[in-house]
Ligand binder design. Structure first.
Ligand code: ADE
Length: 224
């Protein structure tokens, strides 16, 4: 998979990809991530990428021209499956969208800033719009990092134990059951007996019941 993330603040996106699982996925060449700085695609001498909104109103708007030039340049090198604009009014991101996107080959994530992008970018250049929640971030970068992380960890070979993404919360429509590690007794706070029993079938049954109970209690909306 290849991800191109278009941003006017490339530094903001350095750290999520330079540690832990994402760093390892890139090192193992399971994914390549290109942080694309939008500014060099500006045509004017000040390298501006935003301008005042027609009709007035507070806040600047990202201009179509640098974005079109940038996207055209990227498309000349690869065929992209989706050009995704990160926006608070987009489709709500979920595990099932992460699963779906993890099967694609090439994706562009476009990070907005200021008051967003010129509407014509959304009408003519973008193929999909994703929100990570009903709140407004200062820009799309953190949202793009969230979406990238959720996708990349699903790629075959990224997690050490491939089954571990399958046992994540939400993969089966349930939240994950509680987990424990040593010591089995800490200050009298003990681990459920069944987990120490070595009886696999009972352990699996307990996990399933716990997942169902937790989902009912914490996220009843997930139960159809
Ligand atoms: N950009 C600003 N806020 C956002 C959000 N909630 N989701 C995706 N992109 C955003």
């Amino acid at each position: 998979m290849h991800l191109s993330i278009i941003t006017c603040l490339p530094k903001l996106l350095e750290s999520p990809f330079s540690d832990s699982i994402l760093k390892r996925a890139i090192a193992k060449k399971l994914v390549s991530v290109d942080i694309v700085d939008l500014r060099p695609y500006s045509l004017d001498k000040h390298k501006s990428i935003d301008d005042y909104a027609f009709g007035g109103g507070a806040g600047m708007v990202m201009m179509i021209e640098p974005l079109d030039r940038c996207i055209t340049d990227l498309k000349s090198k690869r065929q992209y499956d989706e050009i995704i604009y990160m926006s608070p009014d987009g489709e709500m991101f979920s595990q099932s969208i992460a699963n779906e996107l993890s099967l694609k080959k090439n994706l562009i994530l476009l990070c907005g800033h200021y008051k967003g992008v010129d509407e014509r970018v959304r009408e003519h250049l973008v193929t999909r719009e994703i929100s990570i929640g009903d709140y407004v971030l200062s820009g799309g970068e953190l949202a793009a990092a969230v979406v990238s992380d959720a996708i990349i960890r699903l790629l075959p070979g990224v997690l050490n134990d491939e089954t571990s993404a399958l046992s994540d919360s939400f993969q089966d429509g349930l939240v994950a059951p509680p987990v424990y590690t040593r010591p089995a007794d800490y200050k009298g706070w003990t681990v459920p007996e069944v987990l120490l029993s070595g009886h696999n079938a009972n352990i699996e049954k307990w996990k399933q019941e716990q997942a169902e109970e937790r989902t009912q209690k914490r996220r009843p909306g997930l139960i159809k």
